[in-house]
Design a protein around this ligand. Structure first.
Ligand SMILES: CC(C)(COP(=O)(O)OP(=O)(O)OC[C@H]1O[C@@H](n2cnc3c(N)ncnc32)[C@H](O)[C@@H]1OP(=O)(O)O)[C@@H](O)C(=O)NCCC(=O)NCCS
Length: 138
């Protein structure tokens, strides 16, 4: 499913550890029991105040309807309420849709960072400053 959504092989990177260990900070969108979108993220255990989105994907048939934005909105709200002040993500320089999408959401977008993920693996980095919303209501 995700290989078709991304248009290239990405499944080997979406290992079970993300679902087993980050489910409480991840979100799934369903339609008639089918998964049509998901966001896998976490609140960094090592960088206090930072949250990170590792995967966001939407079924091509459901794109441009605000689904990824709504998944991010939920992640932003939960991260803010947990005391995070910044959300980070990355993408490949060739992923124009991801760069455009994150830019429209208000992320600061870096130029490609050379060798970010190892030799020849340049990445564009995204950073979004969260508003201080205080703790969730009781
Ligand atoms: C990137 C992706 C998650 C966006 O999902 P989506 O649900 O279509 O996004 P939304 O409908 O919430 O888009 C919100 C806004 O972002 C911008 N945007 C989203 N996709 C865009 C695209 N392909 N080109 C230009 N702008 C885009 C638009 O401004 C859009 O608002 P509009 O439709 O009212 O103009 C989706 O294209 C996808 O799953 N791509 C493959 C997986 C991937 O590359 N994920 C990101 C890297 S991990």
């Amino acid at each position: 499913m995700v290989d078709a959504w991304w248009g290239r092989e990405v499944l080997p990177g979406l290992t079970r550890l993300f679902l087993n260990h980050f489910w409480s900070t991840s979100f799934i969108a369903t339609e008639h029991d089918d998964i049509v979108g998901f966001l896998v993220g976490f609140h960094s255990p090592s960088q206090p105040g930072e949250a990170y989105v590792h995967w966001v994907g939407v079924d091509p048939a459901y794109r441009r309807s605000g689904l990824a934005r709504s998944l991010y909105d939920r992640f932003f709200r939960q991260a803010s309420q947990s005391g995070c002040s910044v959300v980070r993500a990355i993408t490949t320089p060739a992923n124009d849709a991801s760069i455009r999408f994150h830019s429209v959401l208000g992320f600061d977008v870096s130029p490609p960072v050379a060798d970010y993920n190892g030799p020849g693996r340049d990445m564009v980095t995204f950073a979004y400053t969260l508003p201080d919303v205080g703790p969730p209501p009781e």
